[in-house]
Design a protein around this ligand. Structure first.
Ligand SMILES: Nc1ncnc2c1ncn2[C@@H]1O[C@H](COP(=O)(O)OP(=O)(O)O)[C@@H](O)[C@H]1O
Ligand SMILES: [Mg+2]
Length: 294
């Protein structure tokens, strides 16, 4: 048995075949079970779930039609409103105000019930911040029961948060999707899963939040969250982030619901509220900010 055969058999026994037959001299290749290794090499990349080589093309025309603030937009009122909403969030994340706020760069966008404008606000904020020079944003679709970030942006579904939380050979870098906006990356919700809400409350999610805060302190991470009153996951996620934006649909969400949501956010350091779909201004408007939930 040649040295190479011995090495191969040893590696195979340990379950770690690291020899690339293509790099071997021809005479040695003949000694190996080349067919078997090449078969494995062909299968592995095809089955591995990864977004690493993809660039998602955001459909700007569709977004503009839906009323989103897109780069190059001339809707100055909406641009100004999102500037007002993002300013305290960015200051808390990077400015002097950040000292004392744990994980200030992680921001959860939530609401009491579905349909109040979480996704609308999360995407507009992400675009508005990523549009600034030298600001980087990671937008995560964590509303896994009703995901809509990818669909709204007009990008194809791909592996995301659920695949990562399942933990089956999917690494963090596999689920991050580059976009045609240089400062914006996305983690889609991923596939539908009957235990998706449990996965969202899992230890792996806690670790992910920790890592995002430690490894990407220069990046704003925006989570589009499940609503607070439908299940407990929104509240659980709120405890993992430094800042929470509570979206309230104007003239629709009863005050009692808003108060209940506020009480569920009582342990959060920073809660900013956004009154959305207000008739007076036509678009989302910022109307309060602070730790009002206590
Ligand atoms: N300020 C707004 N202006 C225009 N359309 C809005 C606004 N806020 C939300 N919408 C629209 O209302 C619908 C529900 O909003 P969405 O963000 O999907 O709610 P949620 O994510 O909270 O369930 C969507 O069609 C969205 O595009
Ligand atoms: Mg949504």
């Amino acid at each position: 048995m040649s040295i190479i055969e011995k090495a191969f058999n040893k590696a195979k026994g340990q379950g770690q075949i690291t020899i690339n037959p293509v790099d071997l001299p021809n005479e040695d290749r003949d000694l190996l079970d080349v067919a078997e290794i090449e078969k494995e090499a062909r299968v592995r990349p095809a089955t591995r779930l990864s977004n690493q080589s993809k660039v998602a093309e955001i459909d700007w025309v569709k977004l503009a039609e839906l009323g989103f603030v897109t780069p190059g937009d001339s809707n100055t009122q909406a641009i100004e409103e999102y500037r007002n909403i993002k300013r305290p969030l960015v200051n808390n994340a990077f400015g002097e105000a950040s000292s004392g706020i744990n994980r200030a760069n992680l921001i959860l966008i939530t609401s009491s019930v579905p349909g109040e404008g979480k996704t609308f606000t999360a995407i507009n904020l992400a675009l508005s911040i990523a549009n600034e020079r030298d600001k980087k944003v990671l937008l995560i679709d964590a509303d896994v029961a009703r995901p809509s970030v990818s669909k709204t942006l007009g990008i194809q579904s791909s592996p995301g948060l659920i695949e990562y939380l399942e933990g089956q050979d999917v690494e963090f870098s596999d689920i991050v999707l580059k976009t045609n906006m240089p400062g914006l990356r996305i983690i889609p919700a991923g596939k539908q899963h009957k235990h998706s809400t449990e996965l969202l409350a899992s230890n792996r999610m806690v670790l992910l939040a920790q890592q995002l805060s430690n490894r990407y302190p220069d990046r704003i991470v925006i989570f589009d969250s499940p609503p607070l009153l439908a299940a407990t996951q929104g509240q659980v996620l709120a405890e993992l982030v430094g800042q929470v934006v509570l979206v309230i649909e104007a003239e629709t969400t009863p005050q009692s619901m808003v108060m209940e949501s506020a009480s569920r956010l009582a342990s959060c350091d920073v809660v900013l509220t956004v009154l959305n779909k207000a008739k007076s201004t036509g678009d989302a408007s910022y109307y309060g900010y602070g730790q009002y939930a206590h």
